[in-house]
Design a protein around this ligand. Structure first.
Ligand code: AKG
Ligand code: FE2
Length: 190
């Protein structure tokens, strides 16, 4: 595919994911009996979409090497189109790494750190990592929606006081913490 075609396809894909993002954010709000737009409104005009192709080449020592080290996504929501055949994504559940199965043509939708903060800890941003395969390469397409806004507080009540500090949670902030081996939302906890 030529670079012009890739750009066009990616642009189209991002627009489709953008509409899906609206559906998911509204559904999450509704599930908490909040106004449909309450998470969307918190994005304001600073909403950002990032797309990334992740390529994991075969690795002769998969037991010693990770494709991506453990992290939480710095987004509100992440949409991942997994490789059609090769598994690799793992979630930490009850202190065990659990593989996320490949479902061809399905999207894996992940809650990110910003949604954990916006929901005051109700929706958790799971810790995940990527393993590599000794024989097969793997490719995934990752699109995230994030906000650069400072105020993101929806689910604070007298019974559930604010759990996170009032700081601007940018993707840079997430990456700085990632490089230091820390979770950005842990650094935001009060
Ligand atoms: O490639 C994958 O399966 C996951 C990628 C991921 O977690 C990320 O890019 O943040
Ligand atoms: Fe991730």
């Amino acid at each position: 595919m030529s670079s012009c075609c890739i750009g066009k396809v990616l642009n189209e894909y991002s627009f489709k994911i953008e509409s899906l993002n609206v559906v998911v954010l509204k559904a999450l709000a509704r599930s908490l009996n909040l106004e449909d737009d309450c998470f969307l409104n918190q994005y304001g005009k600073t909403s950002k979409i990032n797309a990334r192709f992740n390529y994991y080449p075969p690795c002769p020592c998969p037991e010693k090497v990770l494709g991506l080290k453990p992290h939480g996504d710095g987004s509100a929501i992440t949409f991942l189109l997994q490789d059609k055949e090769v598994e690799g994504l793992q979630l930490l559940k009850d202190d065990q790494w659990v593989g996320v199965p490949v479902v061809p043509d399905a999207l894996t939708i992940n809650v990110g750190d910003q949604m954990e903060i916006m929901s005051n800890g109700i929706f958790k941003s799971p810790l995940h990592r990527v393993s590599v395969d000794s024989k097969k390469e793997r490719m995934t397409v990752y699109v995230l929606h994030a906000s650069n806004r400072k105020e993101h507080w929806t689910c604070i009540t007298d019974e559930t006081p604010r759990l996170y500090k009032n700081i601007t949670f940018t993707l840079d902030f997430m990456h700085k913490n990632y490089q230091l081996g820390r979770r950005a939302n842990d650094a935001c906890k009060i």
